[in-house]
Design a protein around this ligand. Structure first.
Ligand code: ACO
Length: 431
């Protein structure tokens, strides 16, 4: 909603443009600069999009200064304590919590879409046993697009909701097969008598010769991690999904694009990088050395799991995970040297002026890897776990964008700093 306007003046020409300012439900107002180029012949320049709102969205709100995160208005703390991942996925997609009937239908639908085409299984065997799981995941998710291409009308709301069910429903099967192939174990079909997270654990860990009963403590811990990772407004992978989707591409291809972005260690790959870093630290007595390296401008090492583009106060998800990690290790009677190192590293960093001045706090992934590790999930499978959960947010954001009447292809501009025009020199004449 327009509340006021901002006038931008070009001091060289005196030309002006009046830009409307819109207020959202919460957060910083935004300046609508769409007439800037038309009136002043200028673009805006915002490396890393630190001051740019790329879209309107009613799904997730986060306040980095206050350490606040809400989905559709519900605080993450309440969802973490009282909800389930599949219910949060429903909420992200539909805007409201389901009633009992909607809840049951939704969970049933996710189960009905849990299988993947039998031919798809062959894709996995084309990868080396030690291929990084995120590379495989990007490939197999993109491959699913080939099974649902011509029949999917991205402008039909019913097809979009069907796509959401397919994406969220198939992720456990797609991801568990990566682990099974890596481990030399046969693929496992979903068992629809089990709920979503338990079914995922069954497909990951069951042994062909034994019956499988998941540990309810582990199921709840994994469900919690999935809730905490389900969406996070316009982060790098979600923006990638939206940008790919804005070109009207197949939604599974959009999700595959999100997977590739999430893989990076500045983003979802951080959970894997944290564990590797903690293992490298090895003992609390080595922590200071690593903290010093992180502060050294001549060393590109950063403390993994620290810092966030938006949170300049404690990441609310990290608070929940930290406690969950404590509880899980206690309940499973596990001792984790890495957890002790993590706690001590957190203490040292949070007392260090370098981290205090830059408002660098542990983020969601500082502790998530420790939970995955306690659940016997291999380190290189951590980021696929994140992708499973984030697929709910990706598809909800894609659906919202596709339903927006003002939707158009995303096409940023640039500040060109390359060579001026020059003439082509034939190869024989070049020195
Ligand atoms: N360790 C040491 N110094 C850091 C760290 C870190 N983890 N993060 C930021 N800084 C420093 C930077 O060097 C910079 O210092 P300077 O002002 O002296 O130059 C300052 O803090 C600001 O850093 P930016 O890079 O501008 O912050 P930005 O918002 O661009 O980056 C990011 C955020 C990518 C998350 C960064 O903090 C980082 O690399 N963290 C480690 C990786 C990580 O944990 N990623 C997960 C993010 S959460 C998620 O995706 C689920």
């Amino acid at each position: 909603m327009k509340s006021r306007s901002v006038v931008i003046t070009d001091n060289a020409t005196g030309k002006q443009v009046e830009c409307p300012v819109y207020e959202g439900a919460y957060g910083a107002p935004v300046i609508d600069i769409k007439n800037l180029y038309k009136e002043l012949g200028m673009f805006t320049f915002d490396l890393g999009y630190g001051s740019t709102a790329s879209c309107r969205s009613a799904i997730t709100y986060l306040d980095g200064e206050e350490g606040l995160l809400m989905h559709r208005g519900y605080p993450i703390e309440q969802l973490a304590e009282q909800s389930t991942f599949t219910e949060v996925a429903y909420l992200l997609i539909n805007g409201e919590l389901p009633n009992q009937q909607q809840h049951d239908e939704w969970n049933r639908a996710l189960k009905m879409h849990g299988m993947t085409h039998e031919h798809l299984s062959r894709f996995y065997t084309g990868y080396r046993y030690d291929a990084h799981p995120m590379s495989v995941l990007a490939g197999v998710v993109a491959a699913v697009a080939s099974y649902y291409h011509d029949e999917t009308d991205i402008y039909n709301p019913a097809d979009r909701i069907l796509t959401a069910r397919r994406v969220i429903g198939k992720m456990p099967s797609l991801i568990s097969k990566i682990y099974r192939h890596q481990s030399g174990l046969p693929f496992v079909y979903p068992d629809n008598s089990r709920d979503y997270v338990e079914n995922f654990m069954y497909m990951m860990f069951s042994w062909p010769t034994e019956s499988y009963l998941a540990n309810p403590v582990a199921v709840r811990a994994l469900d919690l991690l999935f809730i905490l990772h389900a969406d996070h407004e316009q982060n790098a992978s979600t923006s990638t999904v939206r940008l790919a989707g804005s070109a009207e591409t197949n939604p599974f291809a959009c999700v595959a694009a999100g997977v590739t972005t999430l893989w990076g260690k500045s983003h979802g790959g951080a959970n894997e990088a944290v564990i590797k870093m903690l293992e490298e630290i090895g003992h609390p007595t080595n922590i200071q050395k690593f903290v010093d390296r992180a502060k050294d401008k001549n060393d590109n090492f950063r403390l993994m799991g620290f810092g966030h583009r938006v949170y300049k106060n404690y990441d609310p998800r990290a608070k929940i995970i930290r406690q969950a990690c404590h509880d899980l290790l206690d309940e499973m009677h596990l001792n984790s040297e890495l957890f002790d190192i993590a706690m001590e590293l957190e203490r040292i960093a949070l007392e260090d002026p370098y981290f205090i001045e830059r408002k660098l706090y542990p983020n969601v992934d500082f502790y998530s890897g420790l939970i995955y590790q306690a659940l016997n999930i291999p380190t290189d499978m951590f980021t696929p776990m994140f992708a499973l959960a984030r697929s709910a947010g990706w598809i909800a954001q894609w659906m919202e964008m596709m339903a927006d009447p003002d939707f158009r292809i995303g096409r940023p501009r640039q500040l060109y700093i390359g060579a001026k025009q020059r003439d082509y020199v034939p190869l024989a004449q070049r020195t």
